[in-house]
Design a protein around this ligand. Structure first.
Ligand SMILES: [Zn+2]
Ligand SMILES: [Zn+2]
Length: 333
């Protein structure tokens, strides 16, 4: 378990753990997908984390999808085939099934089946063990479900709905939660211009919470997971999971909680700075190490970068409010 945790902290090791030394390749569906196929769980599950194949060999990424499930829940064969492997990889119990040209993998799953056993679509192949790599609190177990064509990793959602799996990238319930939140935010916190008296960006003594390039700016964009046009309500810094997040300025922790879209969130109130009331929020972290009510110093480590919530990879989504109005963080930092 300790080895697993350590492995999850380092993207390179994650790559080694999850890809089993295969070379990642673009997710292009081959012709050999088994039909019929279905979810590996009895009820259509929520996708806790989507498919995010690495762009370079051993790069950070997610070589399958994570489905929310309970420990002990029965796991089903996603299609008929032959058991190819039952055993332990990087300390996690794994079963994989050969379907001809593609193979599905299920972890952490304990199984009493053996290599060579024939299985039918929907047949129980094992049960979900504890652990796995769901990092969100309240979602402490998940099934990591993978699909491979040779050494190429594919999105397992290709198996759902006869290739129309993209529509289910986010379970309907999660999609609704996200839409409602976006609407509520748009109504409650219109984006605002910075008071002209406040000074220029970079002049307020705020640090960048992580040293990394901006991978997605504040503004209207097509959401990478939901595929709908919406306000990207913060600035994304692309940095590896495990990177320390630093308080950009002295303040007090006001809230910390898990949200299905933002993952692990934490809010800092910085009080009045240059005549403007400033609040920041940090999203998708693996975890935080400060608590509501706690005072933090400028530069103090408050948590570590993760990919919790609706996220396609390790990054920090930084948000900023000026006098209660959601604002572009880069107009202040
Ligand atoms: Zn996973
Ligand atoms: Zn973002």
């Amino acid at each position: 378990m300790r080895a697993l945790r350590r492995c999850l902290r380092l993207p390179l090791f994650v790559a080694v753990c999850l890809c089993m030394l295969a070379i990642p390749a673009p997710a292009v569906a081959g012709f050999g997908l088994p039909i019929p196929a279905g979810w590996p769980l009895a009820n259509p599950p929520a996708v806790q984390r989507g498919f995010d194949p690495p762009t370079v060999a051993f790069g950070p990424g997610h070589r399958g999808i994570d489905l929310v499930a309970k420990q002990g829940e029965t796991i089903l064969a996603a299609a008929s085939g032959t058991v190819a492997f039952v055993g332990s990889i990087a300390g996690k119990p794994v079963i994989s099934i050969d379907h001809g040209e593609v193979r599905t993998t299920y972890e952490p799953v304990v199984s009493t089946l053996h290599s060579g056993d024939r299985v039918a679509l929907g047949q129980v192949i094992g049960e979900l063990a504890s652990g796995g790599h769901c990092s969100a609190p309240k979602i402490n177990t998940c099934l990591h479900w993978g699909l491979r064509e040779g050494k190429k990793y594919l999105d397992p959602l290709l198996l759902i709905g006869n290739g129309g799996g993209q529509l289910r990238l986010v379970a309907a319930t999660q999609r609704e939660v996200v839409k409602r939140e976006a609407q509520a935010r748009a109504a409650a916190t219109p984006t605002g211009a910075i008071p002209s008296s406040a000074g220029r960006p970079g002049s307020h003594g705020f640090l960048h919470p992580v040293a990394g390039r901006v991978t997605s700016a504040f503004g209207i964009r097509v959401h990478p997971v939901l595929k709908i046009k919406k306000l990207h309500d913060g600035t994304d810094f692309g940095v590896p999971c495990g990177t320390p997040i630093r308080a950009p300025y002295a303040g007090v922790v006001t809230r910390a909680y898990f949200n299905p879209a933002y993952g692990n969130r934490l809010f800092l109130s910085h009080g009045a700075v240059d005549g403007v009331r400033v609040e920041t929020a940090f999203n998708h972290a693996a975890r935080y190490q400060v608590r509501p009510g706690q005072h933090v110093r400028r530069g103090q480590v408050i948590g570590v970068v993760g990919s919790t919530g609706l996220s396609t990879g390790c990054h920090l989504h930084l948000m900023l409010w000026l006098n209660g109005r959601l604002s572009n963080p880069m107009n202040w930092l």
